[in-house]
Write a protein that binds this ligand. Structure first.
Ligand code: FE
Length: 231
C-alpha cells in the first residue's frame, strides 16, 4: 500500500466545539464533510481520547467553526495541541452562544455550522459522528484555511491524535538546512534564530541556546527541552 495517495486527499481546518451545562471545549479537526443537502447533515471524525469526544457523547451536539487562512499558529496550537482537560481553551477566545447552547468560536473564523448528533460509527481510534445541521451563518471575511495551506504555507504538523496522522511520514527527517534551527518534537514548530520569537520576548537574532529555559513552544506550550536541532 502506498500511503502517499492518502496524503493527496483535500481537507479544511476547523474548530469543533461541544459541551453543555457550563462544561465546554473545542478542538481542531480536519475530517469534516457535508454528507447530504436536504436535510443538511455533516460528518465529523473525532479521536476517542479527546475531551471534545467525551462532550459530544454527553451533549449530542457540536458546532464547527471554519478557520480562515489568517489564523496564527499559536491559535491553532491552543486548540490543536492542548487538552481541554488541562486548560480552559475558550477562556480568552471570542465566542457567542449558538441555538444549541454550544459556544461558537468567532476569532479567525469565517463561518459556523451547528449540528445535533443523529448517529455515530465506531472506527476504532476515532468515532464518526453524523450531525443534522440546525443553524449556520457567515461570521467573517477571508479564505477558508485548507489542510494543505496549514501544512505547506504555515508549516503546521498533524498531532498524533489526528485521523490523518502518519507515523512513517512523521518519522522522516527534514532535509539538511542551515544549522541552528530547532524543531518542536510535539507540534513541528520551527524556531528560526533569524526571526526569534518576538511575541514572547525573544528578539530576532537570538540563538536557540541563548533562549531562557522558561521559554516554551509558542504553538503547543512544550518545554524548551522538547526541541531538537534540525538536521
Ligand atoms: Fe510545539
Amino acid at each position: 500500500m502506498n500511503r502517499a495517495a492518502l496524503h493527496k486527499i483535500s481537507y479544511g481546518l476547523y474548530i469543533v466545539t461541544s459541551g453543555q451545562e457550563g462544561k465546554f471545549n473545542g478542538q481542531i479537526a480536519n475530517s469534516i464533510v457535508q454528507a447530504t443537502s436536504k436535510p443538511a447533515t455533516l460528518v465529523i471524525c473525532i479521536n476517542r481520547e479527546n475531551y471534545t469526544h467525551e462532550l459530544i457523547r454527553q451533549s449530542r451536539k457540536f458546532t464547527v467553526s471554519i478557520l480562515s487562512e489568517a489564523a496564527p499558529m499559536t491559535f491553532i496550537g491552543l486548540f490543536g495541541f492542548k487538552s481541554g482537560r488541562d486548560v480552559d481553551k475558550l477562556k480568552d477566545v471570542k465566542t457567542k452562544s449558538g441555538v444549541t447552547g454550544v459556544p461558537i468560536v468567532l476569532d479567525y473564523s469565517i463561518g459556523f455550522i451547528e449540528a445535533e448528533v443523529e448517529g455515530e460509527l465506531d472506527c476504532g481510534t476515532h468515532t464518526v459522528f453524523v450531525g443534522r445541521v440546525v443553524e449556520a451563518d457567515l461570521t467573517g471575511e477571508g479564505q477558508p484555511m485548507t489542510y494543505d495551506y496549514y501544512q505547506n504555507v504555515k508549516g503546521g504538523k498533524s498531532p498524533k491524535t489526528a485521523p490523518t496522522f502518519d507515523q512513517e511520514a512523521a518519522a522522516t527527517k527534514p532535509k539538511a538546512q542551515s544549522a541552528a534551527r530547532y524543531v518542536c518534537s510535539v507540534c513541528g514548530y520551527v524556531y528560526d534564530p533569524e526571526k526569534g520569537d518576538p511575541d514572547n520576548g525573544i528578539a530576532p537574532g537570538t540563538g536557540f541556546e541563548d533562549i531562557p529555559d522558561s521559554w516554551t513552544c509558542p504553538v503547543c506550550g512544550a518545554e524548551k527541552s522538547q526541541f531538537e536541532k534540525e538536521n
